[in-house]
Design a protein around this ligand. Sequence first.
Ligand SMILES: Nc1ncnc2c1ncn2[C@@H]1O[C@H](COP(=O)(O)OP(=O)(O)OP(=O)(O)O)[C@@H](O)[C@H]1O
Length: 231
Amino acid sequence: MLELNELSASYPEQQLCFSLRAAPGTITALIGPSGAGKSTMLAMIGGFTGTSSGQLLLDGQSLRSLEPARRPITTLFQDNNLFWHMTVYQNIAIGLHPGLKLSTLQQQEIIRVAEQVGIAGLLERKPGQLSGGQQQRVGLARSLARRQPVLLLDEPFSALDPALRFELLELLRTQTDKLGLTVLLVTHHPDEAARVADRIAFVYDGKIIEQGDRELLSAPRTSALRNYLGR
Ligand SMILES: Nc1ncnc2c1ncn2[C@@H]1O[C@H](COP(=O)(O)OP(=O)(O)OP(=O)(O)O)[C@@H](O)[C@H]1O
């Protein structure tokens, strides 16, 4: 279980304070207006931005004092950070070892993950020879190959056509179930949240002001969420 208990950060213009529980095998969609704090929340969990108080626990263990690289967490952004001079295989491998020195087991893992995300035939290509959707598959493959229990996704598929976006979200859903991942997904598309998420958290002015299952979208309790949804 991933737990945020009043995990806080403060900036001159904005106070952020988040409380959330997310179970393994679930996708929690983070929705909310621009500037509400969704990306900063992921950065606080990943350790890329400092926190001032509160708890961040995974299965009861505190992560707050750990360096980002030591946290059992993988983050995937819209800009998927692929290296253009490397092959797809190497781009996935670098998620496992920065020097690309892999054990036989890890090499097999790359093939397995590439098969799962439908890029097994592309391993020798370079990202410049791939479509946008294929590039995002490589980013997802790298994230999955790292085999960390927590996966943070900051709008990774939002630049893609709807059909492709939903295909990758379905893939994410399958892998979340199969690997028991705890996934937090920032999205600007409530329809994405409705389609793949188990839980939805509405972030507003640095806090989660409503959370629940998908019903939240059909029965918003606050006027802020109603306004956000355009109701
Ligand atoms: N490093 C920082 N320095 C100063 N203020 C910051 C910093 N990081 C975040 N903030 C504050 O937190 C607010 C939330 O920004 P954030 O990018 O997390 O929102 P968001 O909900 O992800 O928005 P969007 O949907 O547009 O990406 C910002 O408006 C800013 O005031």
